[in-house]
Design a protein around this ligand. Structure first.
Ligand SMILES: [Fe+2]
Length: 157
């Protein structure tokens, strides 16, 4: 999905997310190796990645390594059935101007790669009512929780 930027072909196994329900949504975390190009940690270093979802449309991702931390704040505003405004704020601990520019560019690239995939998915709208027969587990647990919580907020489709 994000070759050379996120994840590693040498570390394809993803642990089950540590999912926790919170007052405003839910959070989950896991550890992951990223390529050096991401700058999230050293090559082959396991970074801890924690996402806090504030329902319905905001979340914060915190990526922590031994030497640094990066935070990404995302807010979405639906404009119509198939259009949303999207704001992303990126921050880093103890970073200089060069790293700040690199982080901004990295997230622009990742977001653009995600946009192409998301806009090609069918059905175009996020299905809220997911069936149990799909047996989604492990890394998909946050996605399932998000849909359950959206359904609780919006009611049936
Ligand atoms: Fe992605």
């Amino acid at each position: 999905m994000h070759p050379g930027l996120l994840g590693s072909p040498d570390h394809t196994e993803v642990e089950a997310a540590d999912l926790v329900r919170t007052e405003t949504g839910f959070s989950f975390s896991w550890s992951r190796c990223n390529p050096a190009a991401s700058g999230f940690g050293r090559t082959d270093e396991l970074t801890r990645q924690t996402t806090e979802v504030s329902l319905p449309f905001a979340w914060r991702l915190l990526i922590e390594s031994a030497a640094t931390a990066t935070a990404v704040f995302v807010i979405c505003q639906p404009v119509s059935g198939e259009l949303a405004r999207f704001w992303m704020f990126v921050a880093g601990r103890d970073i200089d101007e060069e790293r700040a520019t690199q982080l901004a560019q990295l997230h622009r690239t990742i977001t653009e790669q995600d946009r192409v995939v998301v806009e090609s998915q069918r059905p175009r709208l996020l299905p809220i009512d997911i069936t149990e027969e799909l047996h989604l587990k492990g890394p998909d647990a946050p996605s399932l929780e998000y849909r359950r919580r959206l359904a609780a907020l919006t009611g049936p489709e």
